[in-house]
Ligand binder design. Structure first.
Ligand SMILES: Cc1cc2nc3c(=O)[nH]c(=O)nc-3n(C[C@H](O)[C@H](O)[C@H](O)COP(=O)(O)OP(=O)(O)OC[C@H]3O[C@@H](n4cnc5c(N)ncnc54)[C@H](O)[C@@H]3O)c2cc1C
Length: 256
C-alpha cells in the first residue's frame, strides 16, 4: 500500500498517558468529519501503521490526532517521542462509521466517548453541518482522572469564542465530562449516569427516546458493550451496512 508522507507541525503532551499532535495535510487528502486513517512510521525499513481518528475538522489546513501512550506499544512507544519536523506516514484514504450519513434524522445527537474515543468527536463538534442537522449536540467524555480530560479548555473556552462557529456552539453544544477515579463535578461511569437519568437531569434536557435521540459511540470495549445494551433495551437499532440507524459505533481500540 502506498502512503503519504506528512511532517509533524505541533506536539502537546497532556500527561504521561496522552498526547496530541498535528501534521501537514496535502490539499488532495479529503475526509469526512469522524473518519479515521492509518498513521505510523517506518520501523526497520517497514511501515508500522495503526488506525487513528482524525481530531481536526475537514476544513482545517492541518491534521490533528489524539494519541494514547501504551508502554511497550509497538507504535506509541515510538510515536510519543515525535518532534516538530519529524515525518510520519499516512494512508491515502480515510474511512469509518462515525459519520452522520449513517444516523437517522433526529433532534439530539449524542457523542459518547471514553479516553481517546474523544478524537473523532473533536472533528464532528467543529462541523457546522452537524448543527444544521440536530437541535442539540451532546458530547460526553469519560476518563479516570480529570487530568485525562484532553481538550477540556478548548471545548469550554476557545470553541464558544470561535469567530465562525462560536455562536452555534454556545447555543447547541452541551459538553459533559465525567471522571471515575477521583472527585469531580460529574463523577461516575457515563453509562450509569445515563441509566439513572442523572445526565439528562444535570443538562436539563428530556429523557432519551427513540423518536428524538441519535448516538455515536467511540471508546473502550466496556463502553461500547454497556452502551449498546442500554440502547438496544430501549428499542434503538444500530446502523448496518448501507442502512441508517439510531446509533453508530467504533471501538477506539481493540483489547488484546
Ligand atoms: C478505528 C480505530 C480508531 C482508533 N483511533 C485511535 C485514536 O484516535 N487514538 C489512539 O490513541 N488510538 C486509536 N486507536 C488505537 C490505535 O490504532 C493503536 O492501537 C494505538 O495507537 C496503540 O498502538 P501501539 O502499536 O502502541 O499498541 P497496540 O499493540 O496497537 O495496542 C496495545 C494495547 O494497548 C491498548 N490500547 C491501544 N490503543 C488504546 C487507546 N487508544 N486507548 C487505550 N488503550 C489502548 C489495547 O489494550 C491494546 O491491546 C484506534 C483504533 C481503531 C481500531
Amino acid at each position: 500500500m502506498a502512503y503519504l508522507t506528512e511532517t509533524v507541525t505541533y506536539v502537546k503532551h497532556w500527561n504521561e498517558r496522552l498526547f496530541s499532535f498535528r501534521t501537514t495535510r496535502k490539499p488532495t487528502f479529503r475526509f469526512k468529519n469522524g473518519h479515521f486513517v492509518m498513521i505510523g512510521m517506518e520501523v526497520e525499513g517497514k511501515p508500522l501503521m495503526r488506525a487513528y481518528s482524525i481530531a481536526s475538522a475537514n476544513y482545517e489546513e492541518e491534521l490533528e490526532f489524539l494519541s494514547i501512550k501504551v508502554p511497550n506499544g509497538p507504535l506509541t512507544s515510538r510515536l510519543q517521542h515525535i518532534k516538530v519536523g519529524d515525518e510520519l506516514l499516512l494512508s491515502e484514504k480515510s474511512t469509518g462509521t462515525l459519520v452522520t450519513d449513517y444516523t437517522l434524522p433526529g433532534k439530539n445527537l449524542w457523542l459518547i466517548s471514553t479516553g481517546t474515543g474523544l478524537a473523532p468527536f473533536m472533528s464532528i463538534i467543529k462541523d457546522p453541518e452537524v448543527y444544521d442537522q440536530f437541535d442539540r449536540v451532546i458530547l460526553t467524555h469519560g476518563v479516570r482522572y480529570a487530568a485525562c480530560l484532553a481538550y477540556h479548555n478548548y471545548i469550554t473556552k476557545e470553541l464558544p469564542n470561535n469567530e465562525y462557529i462560536g455562536d452555534i456552539i454556545k447555543e447547541k453544544l452541551h459538553y459533559y465530562p465525567t471522571v471515575t477515579r477521583e472527585p469531580y463535578k460529574n463523577k461516575g461511569r457515563i453509562t450509569d449516569l445515563i441509566q439513572s437519568g442523572q445526565l439528562c437531569n444535570d443538562l436539563n434536557i428530556p429523557d432519551i427516546k427513540v423518536e428524538d435521540d441519535r448516538f455515536m459511540l467511540c471508546g473502550s470495549e466496556a463502553l461500547i458493550k454497556d452502551m449498546t445494551k442500554i440502547l438496544d433495551d430501549k428499542g434503538f437499532h444500530a446502523a448496518r451496512k448501507r442502512t441508517q440507524g439510531h446509533y453508530v459505533l467504533e471501538n477506539a481500540f481493540v483489547g488484546k
